[in-house]
Design a binder for this molecule. Structure first.
Ligand code: GDP
Ligand code: MG
Length: 413
């Protein structure tokens, strides 16, 4: 993604966080300045620009090393806050987390991000201590109350981090029990993925009349929401809405939101929602594909939903100009146009995940019997003295439940 586009996305993120952007600038360098990240001249230039405009915060589009952050704070002066993309994204996550797990995840990610960056405190206190010892900037006077306070802060954060980790573990254990229970219902799962703001929540809303927060903000949804949807053919399927992807999603955030993203790994297939009206839709598709590969879920069958086509001229065919391979369905999640075709395409994929089997179920296994009828397709049923012989097709994920009763395993599927 080109610099300008990345910066305008950063501006949109800033806007989502409630900041007002007064200006943007960038610099081309082979490598960051060792001390101040940007060049010294650039720093001076920015500083004078900012004092004109009464700026409170300087946002960097890339993740800053703690060292750069410290030097930039020195360079720009105490009154300015230096933030990078990661800190901003974490702030937005903190604003939007709504479940207990989401909140714990964000706090943990924030503290882990902050721990090596307790720099403002450091320079501030170091100067105090230095002043007290009578030497400006010397190392001698640094040992004092300032450092003690910093050590206390560090230890406190360290303790809080380990408390959070323990809590998260217990929340996750609970969740995987819940997921195991859900697996017993054995519904097929479709995960809705896509770049942030592409219309994932709007689509799930439309499908389920669920009232999921949908807003023109980046990251309006943080926690996965799952809904049971009846397909055109009558079958029930679970659809789950996921956190939006974004380019330069910091790796520690991907790690922090592993649990959210785990929902994706458990899905039978994906719907990749694309904002087909976006100027950089192609780059967004690639970012999402990259993250899916990173999460090792790129093997899942995927249907692309080219969304917001209500905003496109009638004759424009977005699939012609975008890097989509495989099935792509133009839709409008807002008006519902094309959504039926999307569901039919989903059904077709799910159909392929059915496998032919023949089982002999003893009369004591009425549960499996009704499962076969509800979730599979029965072709033939024979009532014999020792039980019922059923042949037909069932979703791949159910096969293992019938392991003990397989009569003929038809390998054709
Ligand atoms: P998410 O981040 O992928 O969950 O995106 P949302 O569902 O929150 O939608 C982001 C914005 O795009 C909202 O303002 C939606 O109203 C808008 N939007 C979503 N789908 C459509 C669509 O099909 N047409 C139009 N015109 N706007 C849409
Ligand atoms: Mg959403």
């Amino acid at each position: 993604m080109p610099v300008k586009e990345s910066l305008s996305e950063l501006a949109q993120l800033a806007d989502t966080a409630g900041l007002f952007v007064v200006g943007q600038t960038f610099q081309r360098r082979d490598r960051p300045n060792r001390a101040t990240y940007i060049g010294t001249g650039k720093l001076v230039e920015m500083k004078s620009l900012m004092s004109e405009k009464n700026v409170d915060i300087v946002l960097f589009d890339d993740e800053l090393l703690p060292r750069h952050q410290r030097e930039l704070e020195r360079g720009f002066g105490e009154d300015l806050r230096i933030l990078d993309r990661t800190a901003l994204i974490l702030d937005i996550f903190a604003m939007h987390a709504s479940t207990r797990e989401g909140k714990l995840q964000v706090e943990l990610a924030q503290l882990e991000y902050r721990l090596p960056r307790l720099t403002k405190m450091w320079t501030h206190l170091a100067r105090q201590a230095g002043g007290r010892a009578g030497g400006a900037g010397g190392g001698v006077g640094l040992r004092g109350p300032g450092e003690t306070q910093l050590e206390v802060d560090r230890r406190e954060i360290g303790r809080r981090i380990s408390v959070l980790k323990t809590e998260l573990e217990s929340v996750r254990a609970h969740r995987s029990r819940y997921r195991a229970k859900r697996r017993q219902t054995e519904l097929q799962v479709v995960a809705i993925v896509g770049y942030t703001n592409s219309g994932k929540s709007t689509l799930l809303n439309h499908l389920s009349n669920a009232d999921i927060l949908s807003a023109d903000m980046l990251f309006a949804t943080l926690d996965p929401t799952t809904r049971r949807i009846t397909m055109p053919g009558g079958r029930e399927v679970l659809f789950t809405d996921t956190v939006g992807f974004i380019q330069k999603l910091p790796p520690n955030i991907v790690a922090a939101f592993r649990a959210t993203l785990e929902e994706i790994a458990e899905a039978d297939m994906l719907i990749h929602v694309v904002d087909a009206t976006h100027e950089h839709a192609a780059a967004q598709i690639e970012s999402v594909d990259d993250i899916l590969a990173e999460l090792e879920v790129d093997h899942l069958p995927t249907i692309i939903a080219l969304n917001k086509t209500d905003l496109l001229p009638q004759d424009r065919q977005p699939e012609k100009s975008l890097p989509v391979n495989g099935v792509a369905v133009p839709i409008s999640a807002l008006t519902g146009q094309g959504v039926e075709s999307l569901l039919l395409a989903v059904e077709a994929v799910m159909e392929q995940q059915f496998q032919p089997i023949t089982v002999m179920l003893p009369y004591s296994r009425g549960d499996l019997m009704s499962l076969f009828h509800e979730r599979g397709q029965v072709n033939e049923e024979r009532h014999l003295p020792e039980g019922t012989e059923i042949s037909g097709r069932i979703p791949h994920r159910l096969i293992s439940l019938f392991d003990n009763y397989l009569r003929v395993k038809d390998m054709a599927g």
